[in-house]
Design a protein around this ligand. Structure first.
Ligand code: 6PG
Length: 242
């Protein structure tokens, strides 16, 4: 795990979402550049998106932000399972942002077609460093099993894939996913983990304090070579860090 990792702990999920939103706002506000931000999926970002949609709808320079996703479920955008759909409901439908700034994974396509389509979209929009695309910020969650994006413990090879994104398989449901791979994530300028809840505490403590156990966990291998890594946690998720 990266030595330069920073850990920020907040009292609960609401304070965590507010602090994260404020960090995003100042990051974008304090520069003139375009920001390509890959969003996390699952349930944890919903509170963050609600805060962004309420407190920052008018003041965030949305015109300089392009949204991407770290991973997507291979379902239509209207599905309850869709990460894009969740973001549309909690954020995109409540802010002013043109469609050309929203680069979703087309989960309705066949998984390989969706992955290849997303690779093309990334290659035609993002700058490169060392022949890999550069995201300004990748927001990641972590599953109770230590997975991140859709890189699961049974598919650790996705961390070293030569491709920008790959089709992954959820270990329990068998659901197909499209996920950014390890080399893209570790090429980002910033990787911010947004993790909350008691169910994440065991894996967070392993990642922070137990190299041997953490070596099976995809999250352990996220260490941006040229960038910053910050774990934004609530007290429950941080409750077992030694
Ligand atoms: C997804 C995610 C995944 C998520 C974790 C945590 O599509 O499910 O991107 O990596 O971040 O599974 O999910 P929760 O926030 O729901 O606990």
């Amino acid at each position: 795990m990266a030595e330069n990792k920073e850990i920020k702990i907040f009292s609960d999920a609401q304070e965590l979402a507010e602090a994260f939103a404020s960090e995003l706002y100042h990051m974008v506000k304090s520069s003139r550049q375009r920001f390509d931000i890959a969003l996390s999926g699952g349930s944890t970002p919903k509170l963050l998106f609600d805060v962004l949609a309420s407190t920052y709808a008018e003041k965030m320079p949305w015109d300089r932000i392009h949204f991407w996703w770290g991973d997507e479920r291979c379902v239509p955008p209207t599905s309850e399972e869709s990460n894009y759909g969740m973001t549309q409901k909690h954020l995109l439908s409540k802010i002013v942002m043109s469609e050309s700034q929203v680069h979703r994974v087309k989960g309705e396509l066949a998984p390989d077609d969706a992955a290849n389509d997303y690779i093309r979209e990334i290659q035609s929009h993002l700058n490169e460093r060392a022949d890999w695309p550069v995201f300004d910020l990748i927001i990641l969650g972590m599953g109770d099993d230590g997975h991140t994006a859709s890189i699961f413990p049974h598919e650790l090879e996705l961390l070293h894939s030569p491709k920008i994104c790959e089709v992954a398989t959820h270990p329990d449901s068998g659901q197909k996913r499209v996920s950014l791979t390890g080399k893209v994530i570790n090429n980002a300028n910033r990787v911010y983990f947004l993790v909350s809840g008691k169910s994440k505490a065991k894996r967070i403590s392993e990642i922070m304090n137990n190299k041997q156990k953490a070596s099976k966990l995809p999250t352990f291998y996220i260490e941006p070579k040229h960038g910053q890594i910050i774990f934004f946690l609530d007290e429950e998720a941080a409750s077992e860090i030694a």
